[in-house]
Design a protein around this ligand. Structure first.
Ligand code: NAD
Length: 369
C-alpha cells in the first residue's frame, strides 16, 4: 500500500490512500511499476473493463511529482472509458504514464521493460502511443507483449488522418444543427493548430468549399496552409476571436476559458484538441452565449477507432465507416442537448454512462442465468 505521504504531498494531504484521491473513480486496477535495471517508473491505471479490455495510450512525461503522474493516470484512464464507450467500441478505459523525460531518458530497454509489465496484466490493459511515445517505442514494447496497438504488425500507422476525418464529420453535424445543412460551402472556419490533425482537417474543409482562416505558432505550417488552401493567416492568439462561423481548436487544451469565451464570434466550436474546456463551468458559459460546442472526446475519437479496429494488414474501410458515425453521434448529442436544456458535454457523459450501465446489467443477467 502506498500512503499519501509517499505519493502525494499536497493533493492527498487529508487522506491516507489512492482510494481517497480526488481523481479516483472506482478504478479497477492502479499498478505502480518499478524496474531497477532500466529505471522504469510508471503507473498503469485500468479504470473500467465493463465493455472490454482497457485501451489507452502510454504517455512519457517528466512529471514534477509522482502525485502529478498519478493524477494524470487516474484522470486520463477514466476519460478513455468514456471516449471508448461513446465511440461504440467494445473496449474499456486505461492509461499508462511513465515518469521520465522522453528526450533524455527513453531507451528501447525502458520500453521493453514497460512491455513486460503490460504483459503481466494479461490483456486487461492494451497500450498504444501517446505524448512522448513514438511508433518505434511501441515496436520495442511489442517485443514483450501482444497487448499493444499502433505497431506495424497491428495497425494502420498514424491515427491522425482518421481523427481529422472524424472531426470533419462532427463539424458537418454541428453545421447541420445550427444552419440546417451539412453543406460547408462559403462557411468561414478558423483552424487553430496545423499539425497532424489540423492540416488534414483543413484539406477536408477546403474540399468541402469552406473558407479557411489558419493559425499556428510554427510559421512554416501557416505558410504551407496558405499556399495549399488559399487560407487567410492570423496570429496564433487571434484564431478564436476572428470573424468566423466555426472555430476548430486543433492545438492545445484549455483554449475555452473565462478570457477567450467572451471573445469568440463563431456559432460553433468543433475541433480535435483534447480537454478544450478549461473548467466544466466554461461549457455552461458557451451554452449561455448560444455557441454550440462539440464535446472533444466525442469528436476526436477517430484516432482511437483506428487504433482499436485496425487489423494486421489494414482494415481501413471498416475504420473509416466507424469514424464517420461520429457525425451521427454528435447529431444525437446536439438534439438531446436542445431537448433537455443540458450542455452537449453533459449529454455525451450521459450517453457513455448509459452504455456502461446497460452493458453491466447485460453481463449480470448472463452471469446469473
Ligand atoms: P501536433 O503536435 O501534430 O500539432 C499541434 C499543432 O499545434 C502544432 O503545429 C503546433 O505548432 C500548434 N500549436 C501549438 N500551440 C499553439 C498555439 N498556442 N496556437 C496555435 N497553434 C499552436 O498534434 P496533433 O496530433 O495534430 O493533435 C492536435 C490536438 O488534437 C492535440 O490536442 C491532441 O491531443 C488532439 N488529438 C490528436 C489525435 C491524433 O490522432 N493525433 C487524436 C485525438 C486528439
Amino acid at each position: 500500500m502506498i500512503t499519501a505521504q509517499e505519493i502525494a504531498p499536497g493533493s492527498l494531504s487529508n487522506s491516507l490512500t489512492v482510494f481517497d484521491h480526488f481523481e479516483f473513480d472506482d478504478h479497477e486496477d492502479v499498478v505502480f511499476v518499478r524496474d531497477k535495471v532500466t529505471g522504469l517508473t510508471a503507473i498503469i491505471a485500468v479504470h473500467d473493463t465493463t465493455l472490454g479490455p482497457a485501451l489507452g495510450g502510454c504517455r512519457i512525461w517528466p512529471y514534477q511529482t509522482t502525485a502529478d503522474a498519478l493524477t494524470d493516470a487516474l484522470r486520463l484512464s477514466r476519460g478513455m472509458t468514456y471516449k471508448n464507450a461513446l465511440a461504440g467500441l467494445d473496449l474499456g478505459g486505461g492509461k499508462a504514464v511513465i515518469i521520465a523525460d522522453p528526450c533524455k531518458d527513453k531507451t528501447p530497454e525502458l520500453m521493453e521493460a514497460f512491455g513486460a509489465h503490460v504483459e503481466r496484466l494479461a490483456g486487461t490493459y492494451i497500450t498504444a502511443e501517446d505524448v512522448g511515445v513514438s511508433p518505434q517505442d511501441m515496436e520495442a514494447v511489442a517485443l514483450q507483449t501482444n497487448h499493444v496497438r499502433g505497431t506495424k504488425a497491428s495497425g494502420l500507422g498514424d491515427p491522425s488522418p482518421f481523427t481529422a476525418l472524424g472531426v470533419f464529420s462532427g463539424l458537418q453535424a454541428a453545421a447541420n444543427h445550427v444552419y440546417g445543412t451539412h453543406d460547408l460551402t462559403g462557411k468561414r472556419v478558423s483552424v487553430q493548430g496545423l499539425g497532424h490533425v489540423g492540416f488534414d482537417l483543413c484539406r477536408h474543409l477546403h474540399d468541402a468549399g469552406a473558407q479557411l482562416i489558419v493559425a499556428d505558432i510554427h510559421a512554416p505550417a501557416v505558410a504551407r496552409a496558405v499556399e495549399t488552401f488559399g487560407a487567410e493567416a492570423v496570429d496564433a492568439n487571434s484564431a478564436h476571436k476572428v470573424e468566423a462561423d466555426i472555430f476548430a481548436p486543433c492545438a492545445l487544451g484549455g483554449i475555452l476559458n473565462g478570457r477567450t469565451i467572451p471573445q469568440i464570434s463563431a456559432k460553433i466550436i468543433a475541433g480535435a484538441a483534447n480537454n478544450q474546456l478549461h473548467r466544466p463551468a466554461d461549457g455552461l458559459a458557451l451554452n449561455k452565449r448560444g455557441i454550440l460546442y462539440a464535446p472533444d472526446y466525442a469528436i476526436n475519437a477517430g484516432g482511437v477507432i483506428s487504433i482499436a479496429l485496425a487489423i494486421p494488414g489494414g482494415g481501413a474501410q471498416k475504420v473509416k465507416e466507424k469514424t464517420l458515425t461520429i457525425g451521427d453521434t454528435l447529431a444525437r448529442i446536439f438534439q438531446k442537448s436542445a431537448a433537455q436544456g443540458a450542455t452537449p458535454e453533459q449529454i455525451a457523459d450521459q450517453l457513455a454512462e448509459e452504455r456502461l450501465v446497460r452493458s453491466f446489467h447485460d453481463k449480470q443477467a448472463v452471469d446469473s442465468s
